[in-house]
Design a protein around this ligand. Structure first.
Ligand code: ATP
Length: 457
């Protein structure tokens, strides 16, 4: 099921529509529907992504033993340009539990993934060899890599697999059909791999309808299920966020209102407290008539900011805008800086972090909540003079987890900030996907999730 809201800009609605043409049902909702209370709305969203998806853990041994399982992973790992080695193997590690589960059940596991953007051509630097080198150490078993992801040679390797064997296909995006969701390429992939079962564990790619995340399911007769990683992301970003333990706070920061407006529009309906930070606050402050010096402002988002504040009022959501900020005399790590009230930002100065009063207020909000989701840093945390807001939010969230609250962090920079403070293990869930986690928070149905089997009641 796909929900498309018609009160957005037509362009957005039509692009969303195009992206979800693979799905079986479409429900269109309008602003009239939007005026329902936030709880009704949340339930409508949650029913689509999370509710009834079958997971790999639900498959009994009979369903997979001796069967070829096509397992879509996200092995698009960052590479160190100087050494040519994997810079961060988090994504490979994240795939291990699903692979081990399938090995334990005697499946013949055919892994597939993309790496980078080779645009339909073979690019030597984007081969998956570093991944096939890393996997045997993590899995403690051999991994055979094929020269291509389709074709006779690959098919022969796969035909000779024994139960528990693991094969890694070469980069899917060496074929242009992959990103076009070409059904021909999808069929070729299924024919080559003799896939009986399909498992999608590539959360970071689940918001894309590509051949390996969507098209293939039309050609696989057996179960099509979510891997452990994908299902955990759905549990948190769709399940918990849509049916949270209340009070529920959403903390949104980062650079721009325009890239987060859909998330903000969704969270203002679902949360009890919507807490804003980062550069985007200056657009809100300006929309409120304040002078923000040389801080980053998106003038074309002023109306959106106003509408969001009105919506918060209408839905009785507490929208917290920082009351003080750290301003700098220039946008530089070495800049002179001071704390000022948001009413007193001097001309020519730029706001680069939230101030101590705001930090204390946000900590208090966090303390009062049982579910907290965070996306986007509070300031330019990359520079020590402006890291306090972001790191304090991280610490307050970690303390909240210790108290029994559910804490979820998503978004590249906020995850990095949490890692830098050594707080990763103290969050309930750290999301592995950038775009996909934002889309789940927006309440969208991910194409890679929509195509999976429903769990039986
Ligand atoms: P996502 O990955 O979902 O986009 P994110 O957590 O990576 O989310 P971004 O929206 O990409 O967040 O924004 C992060 C960037 O915003 C950081 O590089 C940070 O330095 C910058 N930033 C935060 N506050 C300010 C500010 N006041 N002025 C300028 N830049 C800021």
């Amino acid at each position: 099921m796909v929900l498309i809201r018609l009160d957005r800009v037509c362009k957005v609605a039509s692009s969303v529509f195009t992206r979800y043409t693979n799905s079986s049902t479409t429900v269109v909702w309008t602003s009239a529907f939007c005026s329902n209370n936030k709880f009704t709305l949340c339930r409508s969203f949650s029913s689509s992504n999370k509710k009834s998806k079958k997971t790999v853990a639900m498959l009994d041994e009979e369903a997979v033993r001796g069967k070829h399982v096509l397992l879509r992973c996200d092995f698009n790992v960052p590479m160190d340009k100087n050494t040519g080695k994997i810079a961060d193997d988090t994504r490979i590690r994240a795939a291990i539990p699903t692979i081990q589960l399938l090995r334990g059940k005697g499946a013949k596991i055919v892994l597939c993934s993309h790496m980078g953007r080779p645009k339909g051509k073979v690019v030597e630097a984007l081969r998956l060899a570093p991944v096939s080198d890393a996997l045997p150490l993590l899995l403690e078993c051999p991994v055979i890599q094929t020269e291509d992801c389709v074709g006779e040679k690959t098919a022969n390797v796969i035909k000779n697999m024994s139960d528990g064997d693991v094969v890694l296909l070469e980069n899917l995006r060496f074929h242009e059909g992959e990103t076009k969701n070409s059904l021909e390429f999808a069929k070729q992939l299924v024919d080559t791999t003799s896939a009986d079962v399909y498992v999608n564990d590539a959360f970071g790619c689940a918001h894309r309808a590509h051949s390996s995340t969507a098209g293939v399911v039309d050609y696989i007769a057996g179960p099509k299920v979510a891997g452990l990683l994908l299902s955990k992301e759905l549990d948190y970003l769709s399940g918990v966020v849509n049916n949270p333990q209340r009070p529920f706070a959403a903390i949104v920061g980062g650079a721009k209102v325009s890239t987060k407006i859909n998330v903000l529009e969704s969270l203002v309906e679902k949360s009890d407290k919507l807490i804003l930070g980062g550069a985007m606050i200056f657009t809100f402050l300006k929309a409120n008539g304040l002078s923000v010096g040389s801080s980053m402002v998106e003038d074309d988002s002023l109306e959106l900011a106003k509408k969001l504040m009105q919506r918060a009022e209408a839905t009785n959501t507490c929208l917290y805008l920082p009351e003080d900020v750290v301003v700098a005399d220039k946008f530089s790590e070495e800049a002179e800086f001071k704390v000022v009230s948001v009413n007193e930002i001097p001309d020519g100065w730029v706001g680069l972090d939230i101030g101590p009063k705001s930090v204390a207020a946000i900590q208090k909000h966090i303390e009062e909540c049982k579910t907290i989701v965070w996306n986007g840093p509070m300031g330019v945390f990359e520079w020590p003079n402006f890291e306090n807001g972001t790191f304090s939010v991280g610490r307050a969230m970690a303390d909240a987890t210790d108290r029994g609250a559910v804490t979820i962090v998503g978004g590249g920079d906020s995850v990095l900030a949490v890692e830098r403070c050594g707080l990763t293990s103290r969050m309930s869930h750290i999301s592995t996907g950038g775009g996909a986690s934002l889309e789940l928070l927006e309440g969208l149905v991910l194409p890679g999730v929509a195509v999976l089997d429903k769990a039986q009641k």
